[in-house]
Design a protein around this ligand. Sequence first.
Ligand code: ASP
Length: 585
Amino acid sequence: MTSMRSHLCGELRPDHVGERVTVCGWAARRREHGEHLAFVDLRDHTGLVQCVVDGAHDLRGEYVLRITGTVRPRPEGTTNPALATGEVEIGECEVEVLAEAEPPPFPLDDRADDVDETVRLRHRYVDLRRAAMQRNLRTRAAVNSALRRAMDDQGFVEVETPLLIASTPEGARDFVVPSRHRPGTFYALPQSPQLFKQLCMVGGVDRYYQIARCLRDEDLRADRQFEFSQLDAEMSFAGQEDVLACIEAAVGAAVVAVTGEQLGEVPRMTWREAMDRYGSDKPDVRFGMELVDLSEAFAATGFNAFAGATVKGIRHAGASEATSRNRLDDLTDRAKRWGAKGLVWMRVEAADDGGVTLASPIAKFLSAEELAEVARRMEAEPGDVLYLVADEWARTAHVLGLLRLELGRPPVTEGGLRFLWVVDFPLFESVDEATGRPVPAHHPFTMPHAEDVALLDGGAEDLLSVRSQAYDLVLNGWELGSGSVRIHRPDVQQRIFDLLGIGEEEAQAKFGFLLDAFRYGAPPHAGFAFGVDRLVALLLGEENIREVIAFPKTQSGTDPLTSAPTAIDATQLEELGLRLLPPRT
Ligand code: ASP
């Protein structure tokens, strides 16, 4: 306890009856009780307790109070099973008003769920008093400490890397900070500690970790903020298996800390299989609705749209009745926005012979055998809707992957925690048609798969089939994090830079210090990083990571509480050697 209080509000139980206690907190609610008495629910971070006080006190909502009184059982028939302290109350109260308060800008009970988020963020200090926010912050702290403990126990050393740096190769836009001492030059805020953790390996740290704040100037979404925290790790004389085991141990510790349950073995899937079966490199495996390959069924088709394409389908079981024509048109529009040429839908109906028929605007272009093969491969049952996409492999998979989520994804609170490792990511995401240069899928220090190195000498198709030693951790369809085995040999690194078209000068300018360091003896090393905000949000069943961040930015990147970002005054600009352009119109 503290010098000001003997107990916390939420901990009082029948065991305390008869004790004289002092509690502190905020007046959550006041109800008149006859002429002379009032019930005041006092709230601190542990919960509420009912205090029976002299009605003459002028105690308003959110006043900060210190109440000394005697714990007693509530009179029969007035206990409140919904409240942990519901069997007792504090009577014979002496009340001290520690601070008065203006009426809160929104109610702090369950009704706050309907309050506009900007209003909540504008008054985040009040919002944080709510039980849900207290729970979220405390859970987050428990996760952080479980992660730290797990990493410490595995021999990882916490190293703090700088916030004002040159630039990191994560591929998002940098936030930059102008330098006063060298006007015209800028620091970048780290998109990740990537380069520094690799330098730590050269420096013999052996196992590094950090719960690192990372900053990326990207469009914000429900699962993305400009700044976020990740558990960042790197280990020497180690490969993929070592990293996966250590990260599993850390994530497992966080899961136990929050749910009390063991993580169990985390299944693995190659990137190729994930794309083939789920149309996503971060499959949500809480539900089925897998993509079924139909290309073979149309190998000799006379239907132009399907000829020569990768044709895949998904089955929305039993959905026909609930799926209106409007909805089908809407889904078709979406599929087109996602990049498909079109979306084929088929309603599955019962046939007279006990089989099924497929009713679809395109059915007349397909042969009876083709339709029968679709029904067979997709295990179609009367009442289902089938959706087919025909395009090149990646686009077919991508569009159906999104459609699958749209049609089948359970709410965040359902389906348990389904972790998954996705391994063998491609080394390159695409090949630029104009330049013939590949675009790296991870960062340019990612080691190619040993078996695929020869393909680096090939053309575009070969390059796209080079697998990397990169891996992602996925939870319920969210990418929690990624990592890779790094290239530690300068000659291999040079080869990759050459392929990427990163000239010697550019390489030297961007990561020269890392390449220099490698010349002094780099151990083989590998690492990983995963988002703590996302992990905590999913463990708590929160759809939005802002709910697990004390002071987040809104979707438009502003902070309604401090008004950041704000203008700076002319002298500050002057000192930094900056002049503003007129606002863009
Ligand atoms: N630096 C990478 C990231 O932040 C993770 C890693 O490769 O270790 O995504």
